[in-house]
Design a protein. Structure first.
Length: 196
């Protein structure tokens, strides 16, 4: 899935704390595009567009096509968002370039399916979801919007660890790259039901 965003280059006079505040007061969101061994570019985005774009969770794991007025078209991912502490309004966005050969490190949501039919749950066990996201390393073209985990075969007392997850091609779990078994954490487990 891809999305198209439009940005305008910020001039030197539009940079800094006061200038950013003035931009936000006119309905603009300051942002920066960086990475891929290129110079960082300060841009502004339309605040109303950003408000609606960020309502969809998948935007955080989507390669965006950012058309920069007066500049180049950039392939980016949302790396960070700063929000106003009181209002929750977006104050600044960091966009990381996502070139064809750039490796990205991103948190991806876990989507659990099959809970209702899991044998351990049917026998009265309680399924506990221990992680809702996982950090992955991959090329931009392989970035999944979510990782689906089939829990339909979990028995009572069973669990799934990071190393048990079935990953899309070209995607690896960052924690497992350390080579230490301590990083292979549980993701989901089914408790044994209490016997009367």
């Amino acid at each position: 899935m891809s999305q198209a965003w439009t940005a305008e280059i910020r001039t030197a006079a539009e940079e800094g704390k006061g200038a950013s505040r003035r931009l936000r007061n006119t309905g603009k969101v300051p942002a920066i595009i960086y990475g891929a061994n290129k110079d960082a570019v300060s841009v502004t985005l339309d605040g109303n567009f950003i408000k609606h774009a960020l309502e969809k969770a998948e935007v955080f794991n989507t390669v965006l096509t950012v058309s920069v007025t007066g500049g180049a078209e950039e392939m980016c991912v949302v790396k960070d968002i700063q929000r106003h502490p009181a209002t929750g309004m977006v104050a600044h966005i960091d966009l990381q370039r996502a070139g064809a050969d750039n490796k990205l490190v991103k948190k991806v949501p876990l989507k659990f399916v099959g809970k209702a039919v899991a044998p351990g749950v049917k026998k009265g066990g309680l399924m506990s979801f221990l992680q809702s996201t996982v950090e992955v390393t991959c090329l931009a073209k392989n970035l999944p919007s979510a990782i689906e985990i089939d829990v339909s075969s979990l028995e009572e007392g069973a669990s799934m660890r990071l190393s048990d997850l079935v990953l899309p091609e070209g995607v690896s779990i960052t924690a497992l790259s350390h080579g230490n078994a301590d990083y292979d954490q549980s993701v989901v487990s089914v408790s044994k039901p209490k016997r009367k």
